[in-house]
Ligand binder design. Structure first.
Ligand code: KIV
Ligand code: ZN
Length: 514
């Protein structure tokens, strides 16, 4: 019989902790809606005690998302738990997630606490959380490096105190599939009452084994997997949702378990998160990378033509990659365009559709043929853009061989302010970025500038992704245009808008918790 594994998405909490992946409140709500559409069981929306901005984002997700459980993280302290509960109490189905480190290294060096104190605090935290919320998850942080008998003792205390889910994290990505299988088997054998709670697994990818370790836990009885879209997360990231979901779907027989995820929505969701975070999906990424379904060698192509299953264990359309050779152009109407947008897995409301359609018409005027990549980029530019206060009203560049390039920019703020500045630089992109930087007077340091083509042909659109440092924080931004200097300038402005939003949310007073 096939069991159901719950998918607990922590893109908005653990994923967002990844350097440069921070999202604004509006972006988090957009991602949370996409996760609900994907049918994830639980959305971990953030860590409300961490900052006023986090509190507000979690509260916004809790108010707006329906269907999925909305979860907030807290340490085992009353103040944290009150803040978490204050943020999610309006959710249709709230969950409190409390955690406390248990390994010797964390006890000695981070917490400076003895074992007995850890057991007491874990039980008190869970009991207090249960007094507020019926659905309470407990995580012994760094469980995989905790002495098995002590892990059993802490988990027993959490179960006795009323935890409804016990999550076992491999916080530093250290365990192996066999070892983690034993950890889960040990807990199932030694914790009284464990059969009435959901066992959950949470893996990091430091040794590239997050998905394999999570699958081993599922084989040992875990019925909740914690994961993130595109595997984003602390350091090397978390278990990737698209990979674990497809492993459980394609190899259902091997694991005896599957998920309730609408797999055909995986690719659009991964693209949305990639655009919002400015973290490109690597070309060779399993499931969603550009090469995941590409067959280059003659032998493979021959086999594929005879029978697709010779070299394909799943079809691109199973994960929402419904690529077609249907090309749209300036004579394509609203209906054809809307159909294509839907086939690519995007749901737009009427207002968004009108904006994207107007941009499609403008692009079709200067580009003969529009491919799926172009349409996807247009939709994501509207859905995933920072929609911040600054926009580019005019950009003019000149570049003559052997001479510094020059750029003139005109920026408009939502409140009507206009700024004009000219600068020279090492090439037109550099000149344009310098002009924007000087016009706004921000201490920006450009760390990375990447351009890739989103479709085919000489007139293909270029997607620019920039990584910038400002006052000790890393920001990423992106934009698309047929003119790569313009997409670079717009990507830079995307970053500027993110910085402005982050500054505004830091200035906002702390929302009342509890
Ligand atoms: O990696 C970890 O231990 C965590 C816990 C807070 C669950 O993210
Ligand atoms: Zn984690």
């Amino acid at each position: 019989m096939t069991d159901r594994v719950k998918i607990f998405d922590t893109t908005l909490r653990d994923g967002e902790q990844s350097p440069g992946c921070s999202m604004t409140r509006e972006e988090k709500v957009r991602v949370a809606r996409a996760l609900a559409e994907l049918s994830v069981d639980i959305i971990e929306a953030g860590f409300p005690a961490a900052s006023p901005g986090d509190f507000e984002s979690v509260a916004a997700v809790a108010r707006e998302v329906r269907g999925a459980v909305v979860c907030a993280l807290a340490r085992c302290t009353r103040a944290d738990i009150d803040a978490a509960w204050g943020a999610i109490r309006e959710a249709e189905r709230p969950r409190l997630h409390v955690f406390l480190a248990t390994s010797a290294i964390h006890r000695e060096h981070k917490l400076k606490m003895a074992r007995e104190e850890i057991v007491r605090l874990a039980a008190e935290g869970v009991r207090y959380a249960r007094s507020l919320c019926e659905d309470v998850e407990f995580s012994p942080e760094d469980a995989s490096r905790t002495e098995p008998e002590f892990l059993t003792e802490v988990v027993q205390a959490a179960v006795d105190a009323g935890a409804t889910t016990i999550n076992v994290p491999d916080t530093v990505g250290y365990t192996t599939p066999q070892e983690f299988h034993e950890t889960f088997t040990h807990l199932k054998r030694h914790v009284r009452g464990i059969e009435s709670v959901t066992l959950s697994v949470h893996c990091h990818d430091d040794l590239g084994m997050a998905v394999a370790n999570s699958l081993a836990a599922v084989r040992a009885g875990a019925r909740q997997v914690e994961c993130t879209i595109n595997g984003i997360g602390e350091r090397a990231g978390n278990c990737s949702m698209e990979e674990i979901v497809m492993a459980l779907k394609v190899r259902e027989g091997a694991f005896g378990a599957t998920t309730g995820i609408r797999a055909e929505r995986l690719y659009p969701t991964c693209r949305l998160v990639s655009t919002i975070t400015g973290m490109p999906i690597p070309r060779n990424k399993a499931i969603t990378g550009e090469n995941a379904f590409a067959h280059e060698s003659g032998i493979h192509q021959h086999g594929m033509l005879r029978h697709a299953e010779t070299y394909e264990i799943m079809r691109p359309q199973d994960v929402g990659l419904s690529r077609s050779h249907l090309v749209l152009g300036k004579h394509s109407g609203r209906h054809a365009f809307r159909e294509r947008v839907r086939e690519l897995g995007f749901e737009l409301d009427e207002g968004e559709f009108n904006v994207v359609f107007a941009r499609f018409k403008a692009l079709a005027d200067c580009k003969k043929e529009l491919f799926d990549g172009d349409i996807e980029a247009l939709v994501l530019d509207v859905e995933g853009g920072s929609a911040g206060p600054w926009s580019l009203a005019r950009l003019a560049t000149t570049a003559v061989t052997g001479e510094p390039a020059r750029a003139e920019v005109e920026l408009v703020h939502g409140d009507g302010r206009r700024l004009k500045l000219a600068a020279s630089g090492d090439g037109p992109v550099d000149a344009a970025l310098k002009a924007i930087e000087q016009a706004l007077g921000l201490p920006l340091r450009l760390r990375k500038f990447e351009v890739r083509s989103v479709s085919e042909g000489e007139d293909a659109q270029g997607e620019a992704l920039v990584t910038v440092e400002c006052e000790g924080r890393t920001y990423r931004g992106g934009s698309v245009s047929t003119n790569i200097v313009e997409s670079g300038a717009r990507a830079f402005l995307d970053v500027v808008n993110r910085i402005e939003t982050a500054r505004q949310s830091a200035r906002r007073p702390q929302a009342a918790a509890g």
